[in-house]
Ligand binder design. Structure first.
Ligand SMILES: *Cc1c(COP(=O)(O)O)cnc(C)c1O
Length: 397
């Protein structure tokens, strides 16, 4: 058995461009909150494919939607009307503040399209304004333009020069946005809670003040909810926590219950695309849309956001208790089932490896921080199981 494990990993090293620093585990099966490796070892999954498996692994409603759609119509292109994408669009719009939608395959693509939409708005309504203000430690994706939008030097450095048109300012700093705004600005794009950049929760009034500033200047507010959207933070969309409505919002990760799909949602005001302005071969593919529709419908019908709020608060409180017990932990932050702990030293890799050994998947957020983003369907008892392992691991560090 051990030989087989090594074979897969050796083959990967031989075949793949070396972009991912993978953990030494080959996963072959999943069910609910559990995954199994090729040696049959079980893990409690508190990463959920980077906040993607919102209903856990192989949830029956997602599986059934996929099987039925796969037997009916898998792909057609967007030259034709297809039913699953229209049903999904309707469900998204009925449950948000938006009027129009574009479907993509990923978060990066959704953000790229959102910036194109904002640039077209700038061209039509703001005298050619094209700059988008983004924030330090944001994460908007991996295309060249989204790497430029992403305020993290490490993602940009190998690829300079960067596409222009992005201005990067401190997060959670309204003055910085105000100072950076000029006649060239068409939009401000932020995550309501920064995910990859550290699970950074802004001040309660940050988004409200951003909204007011954008209104005053007539520029667009784009929220990247690729990570925070679809229930993750304990509201269907994180903007709902902050009492504002953005002009444009992007979604992806949790939307398809594990299947690749992204979305741009826009209010009428900023819905300035015309035929030919943007497109996608796979975006809105019937198979992906059937999975997303089933996922979203389940989340709505079972009021998963309320459950995320309850279990997320329990999880957060348990992490805070752990902070009381271990000097090693200097901060606990997050909302709903997007939580992080920060250490006073760089032990995250060691912690991830030790958790893995004991059958728990957690995410290394930074050299000194861990992130947790379990499936939204977990129960308090799953949190208890994870905390038992985490506590054991912290005691060894
Ligand atoms: C993951 C992420 C992206 C990129 O999404 P992909 O599906 O990997 O392209 C963009 N924005 C945020 C906030 C993310 O968390």
């Amino acid at each position: 058995m051990a030989t087989a494990v090594n074979d897969w990993q050796e083959l990967e090293h031989r075949y793949f461009l070396s972009t991912f620093k993978r953990l030494p585990v080959t996963l072959v099966r999943g069910r609910g909150v559990a995954v199994w490796d090729d040696a049959g070892k079980e893990y409690l999954d508190f990463v959920a494919g980077w906040a993607v498996n919102s209903l856990g692994h192989c949830h029956p409603v997602v599986v059934q939607a996929l099987v039925e759609q796969a037997n009916t119509l898998i792909h057609t292109s967007n030259q034709f009307y297809t039913v699953p994408q229209i049903r999904l669009a309707e469900l998204l719009l009925q449950n948000s503040c938006f009027n129009k939608v574009f479907l993509s395959n990923s978060g990066t693509e959704a953000n790229e399209g959102a910036v194109k939409l904002a640039r077209k708005y700038g061209k039509l309504r703001l005298g050619g304004a094209f700059e988008v203000i983004t924030t330090v430690d944001s994460f908007h994706g991996r295309t060249l333009a989204m790497v430029a939008a992403t305020g993290q030097r490490k993602f940009q450095q190998p690829y300079v020069p960067m596409p222009s048109g992005f201005v990067n300012v401190e997060y959670d700093d309204i003055d910085a946005v105000q100072k950076a705004t000029s006649s060239r600005t068409c939009a401000v794009m932020v995550e309501p809670i920064q995910g990859e950049g550290g699970v950074n929760v802004p001040a309660e009034d940050y988004l409200k003040r951003l909204r007011a500033w954008c209104d005053e200047k007539g520029i667009l507010l784009i929220l990247d909810e690729v990570q925070t959207g679809v229930g993750r933070t304990g509201a269907l969309f994180a903007y709902q926590h902050f009492g504002i409505e953005p002009d444009i919002m992007t979604l992806a990760k949790g939307l398809g219950g594990g299947v690749p799909i992204g979305a741009i949602l826009s209010r009428n005001k900023s819905a300035v695309f015309e035929p030919g302005d943007h497109g996608s071969t796979f975006g809105g593919n019937p198979l992906a849309c059937a999975a997303a529709y089933a996922t979203l419908k389940f989340i709505l019908e079972h009021d998963i956001p309320a459950r995320v709020q309850r279990v997320g608060q329990y999880f957060h409180d348990r992490l805070r208790q752990l902070k009381e017990e271990f000097d090693l932990i200097v901060d606990v932050r997050g909302r709903g089932l997007l939580q992080a702990i920060e250490f006073n030293r760089e032990v995250a890799d060691e912690a991830v490896a030790a958790c893995l050994d004991r059958g728990l998947l957690v995410n290394r957020l930074k050299p000194n921080a861990l992130r947790f983003m379990p499936p939204l369907i977990i129960e308090e008892q799953d949190v208890d199981r994870a905390m038992d392992i985490l506590k054991e691991v912290l005691a060894t560090l």
